[in-house]
Write a protein that binds this ligand. Structure first.
Ligand SMILES: Nc1nc(=O)c2c([nH]1)NC[C@@H]1CN(c3ccc(C(=O)N[C@@H](CCC(=O)O)C(=O)O)cc3)C=[N+]21
Length: 299
């Protein structure tokens, strides 16, 4: 029997733990956790993500502020807002929604966020801590952190003796994911567009993680029987069966066929996506605990 991993349910239990932690921080230290989300421009998909982040932050009992800046915002204006939020004592987490409009350079903006407020885990200080295995000291990028929670739910905390293959090598996901798996003692392969015989490489994986952005690229004959398959892809594809002009979300894994081979598999939607938002909330309350000089709970 294949386990369909319910990311929504796991995310809901993370959110419950975050709520409890936020309440405790408020009662014991008088600190209300604060998250600032910054969005530039009017891309509808980005606005949808940002409103679900703001909604979730309120549900967790945080102060949630949203800064919506016009498309024509300059680099200097955005940098000035980040500086203001860095200095704001009531804000523990800052998230600048990506991608930014094309005329803005995201890298200096991300690197200007104080590492202790970088709840996206994208600052080089936080990326470096993940790379060196200092998982208690920094903030871990939300999507790989969420994917690891799902992996641990199936395979446990210690991945000794297991082969893990991560397809994709982005700074946003593939690199930190490979580092987290390695840190949990898996034998890790980072596969990518230049990998020779990707299918054979993947068939070796006890844990297969796909983050390439190609709809349904991973096929059943790439999956080792019994493997844990984590699908990080979110691709919107036409769905004429739902009506003209309609679309649906699919992952990087051909779910129906791979589910017949895998031991456990995440669906899209309802897999890694909800975990990303849950881990963002977890990072924010962790940042608030540290600012108050308290040891944060583990999520
Ligand atoms: N600074 C920054 N940090 C991010 O973490 C960030 C970002 N920028 N830009 C965009 C991506 C995308 N992202 C998602 C979060 C949740 C779902 C999610 O909950 N997805 C649902 C489905 C949502 C739907 O139906 O559209 C699911 O997979 O079940 C998806 C995608 C965070 N991102």
């Amino acid at each position: 029997m294949t386990t369909i991993i319910d990311g929504k349910q796991v995310a809901a239990s993370v959110i419950e733990a975050v709520k409890t932690a936020a309440r405790k921080l408020e009662q014991e230290a008088g600190v209300k956790t604060g998250l600032a989300v910054v969005i530039v421009g009017d891309d509808p998909a980005s606005h949808a993500y940002v409103s679900s982040k703001s909604r979730m932050a309120k549900e967790c009992g945080f102060t949630s502020i949203q800064h919506t800046l016009p498309e024509e915002t300059t680099q200097e204006e955005l940098a000035a807002l980040v500086e203001k939020l860095n200095a704001d004592e009531t804000i523990h987490g800052i998230l600048v929604q990506l991608p930014l409009p094309k005329h803005l350079n995201s890298e200096p903006i991300i690197q200007s966020i104080l590492p202790e407020k970088d709840v996206d885990g994208l600052h080089v200080v936080n990326a470096g801590k993940v790379a060196t295995g200092d998982l208690e000291g920094g903030l871990i990028s939300c999507t790989p952190a969420g994917a690891m929670v799902l992996v641990r739910g199936i395979r446990g905390d210690d991945l000794s003796g297991l082969n893990a293959v991560v397809i994709g090598r982005s700074n946003l996901f593939g690199k930190p994911m490979a580092a987290l798996l390695l840190n949990a003692n898996a034998t890790v392969t980072s596969a990518h567009s230049r990998t020779k015989d990707l299918a054979a490489t993947c068939r070796n994986a006890d844990i297969l993680v796909a983050a390439v952005g190609r709809p349904q690229m991973v096929k059943a004959d790439w999956v080792k029987p019994g493997a844990t398959v984590i699908d990080v892809g979110i691709n919107r594809v036409p769905a004429p069966e739902k009506g003209e002009g309609k679309s649906r979300l699919v992952g990087d894994v051909a779910f129906d066929e791979c589910a017949k081979v895998a031991g456990a598999i995440t669906p899209v939607p309802g897999g890694v996506g909800p975990m990303t938002i849950a881990m963002l909330m977890a990072n924010t309350v962790i940042a608030a605990y540290r600012k108050a000089g308290l040891k944060p709970p583990r999520f």
